[in-house]
Design a protein around this ligand. Structure first.
Ligand SMILES: C[S@@+](CC[C@H](N)C(=O)[O-])C[C@H]1O[C@@H](n2cnc3c(N)ncnc32)[C@H](O)[C@@H]1O
Length: 299
């Protein structure tokens, strides 16, 4: 089994090529330290893949509900250099103006040609306001022009992603579906959209970034179920009374919290420096929990 998190100890972390709200680039070392060993790492909330880039498992399954991410990653993995060159054409003064941005955004929203969508998705990510990824109710990308002086083309970051992606499978799926496909030897890292910081929000009906409290709860239950069948799960989230309770009640072990300054939060609107929580659901402790529950139900 490969030593999954020590190969890059001395090197600075590798940066994802996409801007992504809630990305874990600044936290990869702390998270990787808590990730158990295994053969394959599964990320059901892959986003920009910060953990994927900075760990060393034999294989990866990167999954996300965002279909555009999946198309872009698949193209970059399979086409490499040709795809990078085509994407680079749009990072010039000719395309860095309001008129071009809105024309390309319109084209992106109108086409179902996946290769073209992948190229334009990268353009929009780097030229749109604050690197946000937001769609309207009809599923149309609606982030305004970002007015950057000279948007950065992430050439080296894309090359690195392309190389590493040769050991990755990509999927567009809900976290429930992805987590149900885990097998022995897998390790799951879950990075869901953050819970709201305000605890006054109604537990079940509040939905931040399209992710409801009922889904947060469902995720904790699936983490418990996976640990019981031998698959360790690590979840990160804001450290709040609510997340601590949610994970502890499902049998997770909440480690020390740490503060982090974020540039864009998951809903893209607020900047904050809330503390971060990592909860580990390990097969060993879940066995104990399951047997305690069985003993109780037998009495
Ligand atoms: C906090 S971000 C993940 C960031 C990632 N760890 C990184 O470093 O870039 C949360 C991700 O969850 C995805 N997501 C939201 N709802 C989902 C769902 N129901 N199932 C799967 N993925 C979902 C979003 O598209 C987003 O990419």
């Amino acid at each position: 089994m490969t030593d999954h998190n020590h190969t890059r100890a001395a090197a600075p972390p590798l940066r994802p090529f996409l801007k992504w709200a809630g990305n874990k680039f600044r936290l990869v070392e702390r998270i990787a330290q808590r990730l158990p060993a295994g053969r394959r790492l599964i990320e059901p909330f892959a986003g920009s893949g910060a953990l994927f880039l900075n760990t060393n498992y034999d294989d990866y399954l990167l999954s996300d509900a965002n279909r555009d991410l999946f198309e872009l990653y698949t193209r970059l993995r399979d086409e490499g250099k040709g795809f990078i060159e085509e994407a680079r054409r749009y990072f010039s003064a000719e395309y860095n103006n309001e008129e071009s941005f809105y024309a390309l955004r319109e084209e992106f929203n109108a086409t179902s040609y996946s290769e073209r969508r992948a190229i334009l998705f990268l353009y929009l990510n780097r030229h749109g306001y604050n690197g946000l990824c937001r769609y309207n109710a009809k599923g149309k990308f609606n982030v305004p022009f970002g007015r950057y002086k000279r948007p950065y083309f992430p050439l080296q970051e894309m090359r690195t992603f392309h190389q590493k992606a040769q050991r990755a499978e990509f999927k567009c799926a809900s976290f429930e579906q992805t987590m149900s496909e885990a097998r022995e030897g897998d390790v799951i890292y879950c990075d869901p959209p953050y819970v709201p910081l305000s605890t006054s929000a109604n537990f079940t009906s509040y939905s931040a970034g399209g992710f409801s409290m009922a889904q947060q709860q469902q995720l904790a239950e699936l983490a418990r179920d996976n640990a019981r069948r031998g698959i360790p799960v690590l979840i990160s989230n804001h450290s709040t009374e609510l997340t601590r309770r949610l994970y502890t009640e499902a049998g997770g072990q909440c480690g020390a919290t740490f503060a982090v300054k974020r540039h864009i939060s998951c809903n893209g609107l607020q900047r904050d420096d809330a503390s971060e929580l990592l909860a580990l659901f390990s097969p060993e402790t879940s066995d104990t929990l399951a047997s305690v529950e069985m003993t109780q139900s037998n009495t």
